[in-house]
Design a protein around this ligand. Structure first.
Ligand code: UTP
Length: 278
């Protein structure tokens, strides 16, 4: 049983400047809910109750969001607006939240290694809240789909999707042997390849289930592309020595780390979730 879910949220979010000068990108709202809350809700629906955040300077608002605000509770008690707090109250009451800081931005691999003290020697999930994922109502979320696979195969799993050839340079891209529909055993992985160097059009998105041996591998991993410690490099070693699966998830992903994806997600949530709930 995997219990812990890690959220690396230390990045600067430079693509959203000046909005992210004093405010974490993860707190930007998709309609009326911060981006990071959607990720936590997806993980909670997948059965996770222990959440760890790798934060950085200027990210205190994330901690505050997942804590009770007594002043606000007092102000809003008995008013017609109380319902607006239900979703975050439920998360706070039913789950635990822990935080640690990555004090130098040395890449996603390094951020995950920084979360080791929150995760311990256990398999764990990683959610990049920037990747906002939706699935058909009444069906499993992306992380829930991956947990089911983990329970079957007991090895690291990354979520993948097909991307256009001219976008491979934004992602880690895999090569793999098909095991069954939408499931591959990874044989190669390249971080942010140009289209001519990409081993396929199957790109890794921000959902991972990792076995804890990944920590020792990351420790041994030298900085790669852009001088950052890349999780892709560590996963490739894990894949070569054992097994890493790539899973083409059912659902839709919005790249909320980019302005275009963020606006598309906002429109989607407004039309399909917010307005339907009114
Ligand atoms: P990005 O590559 O999107 O970087 O990181 P960023 O800083 O968040 O955004 P831009 O490119 O400046 O606009 C992908 C994910 O990895 C986390 C980020 O918080 C984001 O969720 N990350 C990245 C870390 O936590 N630490 C790092 O050192 C790097």
């Amino acid at each position: 049983m995997i219990k812990k879910c890690l959220f690396p949220v230390a990045g600067y979010g430079t693509r959203f400047l000046p909005a992210t000068k004093a405010m974490p990108k993860e707190i930007l709202p998709i309609v009326n809910k911060p981006l990071v809350q959607y990720g936590v809700e997806e993980a909670a629906e997948a059965g996770f109750h222990e959440f760890g955040f790798v934060t950085g300077r200027g990210k205190r608002a994330i901690e505050d969001h997942f804590d009770i605000s007594y002043e606000l509770e007092h102000q809003i008690a008995g008013s017609g607006k109380e319902d607006l707090l239900t979703s975050i109250r439920d998360l706070i009451h039913n789950n635990s939240f822990a935080f640690t800081r990555q004090n130098e931005m040395k890449g996603l691999g390094h951020a995950i290694l920084t979360g080791r003290n929150l995760v311990g020697d256990n398999p764990f999930a990683v959610v990049l809240a920037d990747d906002f994922c939706v699935t058909e109502p009444g069906t499993d979320g992306v992380l829930a789909q991956m947990v089911k696979l983990y329970n079957q195969f007991r090895c690291s799993i990354v979520a993948i999707e097909e991307v256009p050839a001219d976008e491979t340079h934004k992602y880690g891209v895999i090569a793999g042997e098909a095991m069954k529909d939408g499931l591959y055993r990874i044989t190669d992985m390249v971080e942010k390849p140009s289209p001519d160097k990409a081993p396929s059009n199957l790109a890794i998105i921000g959902r991972y289930i990792l076995t804890p041996d990944i920590f020792d591998i990351i420790e041994r991993t030298a900085p790669g592309k852009n001088g950052e410690v890349q999780i892709t490099d560590a996963l490739l070693e894990q894949a070569k020595n054992g097994c890493v699966l790539a899973y083409q998830f059912k659902g839709q992903r919005f790249d909320c780390g980019s302005i275009d994806g963020f606006v598309q997600a906002t429109n989607y949530v407004y039309e399909n979730i917010y307005k339907q709930g009114k």
